[in-house]
Design a protein around this ligand. Structure first.
Ligand SMILES: [Fe+2]
Length: 324
């Protein structure tokens, strides 16, 4: 991979992050980056991402195309084909058994419909002792997901384990009226989920499925995420506490992981050091999670990691703490 200086990543991440924190500055920052790195591909990809996010679809695609033209041979992995620019990438949505009583289904989330911004997401399905199902991190409930679930058992629990993931809750509440919905405590005051019938909010003191799942809230971190440990399969289920950039399901995701320091591997995107609000509390939570001794890592973004999952998770977080 052609090397880019740290300065490039700092500016690129700043432009992308500004989309959420200071939208007025995001486009000027991305424009400046593309100008500064006019002969390289990635500055244009960042500009395309930002423009597209702000509704300037045509300009955004032009920037992507310009970036692709400037890519050097060893950057070929990130070059967007016409098909990808038109948002035509797909993913296999069949059920994947990953261990005893635990399975996954993948989807590609269209950040901006019709564009190249496809982000992989996975829902984890856990069979409970009574034969019912707990669904962790809900993905779009389309026909493929509905029929995969139909043969598995009654849906008992709907769990959204982190602050930013809530998009598909409504469809599940409608389809599975008997199921109980649990989310992070921070959802209590989140306008986007107002009116949904939460049965409760996640608390380590009152686990939602104590026979099958152990809960560890990641304290001292802005996402208010609860990690789930499934002892039977030695799995840790997380949503945004790390992502897997290995064998990416979309070109944009490959680029996204690279930009945040997780190219081709499991990592905690660099923005996490800005998300830790209480270093000691976060450290304590992390130690509790690692102490579970899991071997399989089931992230929401990217594929499952088997075997060395515990060690890989610990190393990814050690990088975050080292840079704080
Ligand atoms: Fe996410």
């Amino acid at each position: 991979m052609t090397s880019y200086p740290d300065e490039f990543f700092r500016k690129a991440q700043d432009a992308v992050w500004s989309m959420f924190t200071d939208p007025t500055s995001a486009i000027p920052k991305a424009d400046a980056l593309a100008e500064e790195y006019a002969d390289r591909f990635a500055g244009h990809q960042v500009r395309g991402t930002v423009l597209f996010a702000f509704g300037q679809a045509e300009e955004g695609l032009k920037a992507f195309a310009a970036g692709s033209q400037r890519a050097q041979a060893d950057e070929a992995a990130f070059v967007f084909t016409d098909r990808q620019l038109k948002g035509q990438e797909t993913v296999d949505q069949s059920l994947q058994e990953v261990g005893p009583d635990i399975a996954r289904i993948d989807m590609l989330y269209d950040i901006i419909p019709g564009g190249p911004f496809k982000l992989p997401q996975s829902m984890t399905i856990v069979r409970l002792d009574d034969g019912g199902l707990a669904l962790i991190n809900l993905i779009e409930l389309n026909e493929a997901v509905r029929s995969a679930l139909a043969g598995l058992g009654p849906v008992r629990l709907l769990i959204t384990q982190t602050f930013f993931h809530y998009r598909y809750i409504g469809g599940y509440l409608e389809a599975y009226p008997e199921a109980k919905l649990f989310g992070p405590l921070a959802h209590k005051t989140k306008p986007e989920v107002e009116g949904f019938r939460y049965a409760g909010y996640l608390s380590d003191d009152d686990p939602v499925a104590p026979d099958a799942l152990e809960q560890i809230t990641f304290e001292g971190h802005a996402f208010n995420e609860t990690a789930f440990h499934h002892p039977k399969s030695g799995s840790l289920v997380i949503t945004d506490l790390g992502l897997n950039g290995k064998d990416p399901d979309s070109v944009f995701y490959d680029f996204y992981c690279w930009l945040w320091g997780g190219h081709g591997r499991f990592a905690c995107p660099h923005y996490h050091r800005l998300m830790v609000t209480d270093r000691q509390a976060a450290r304590r939570s992390l130690d509790k999670i690692i102490a579970k001794g899991f071997t399989r890592l089931l992230p929401n973004h990217g594929h499952a990691v088997a075997g060395e999952g515990g060690q890989i998770f610990a190393e990814a977080w050690a990088e975050v703490f080292a840079k704080m």
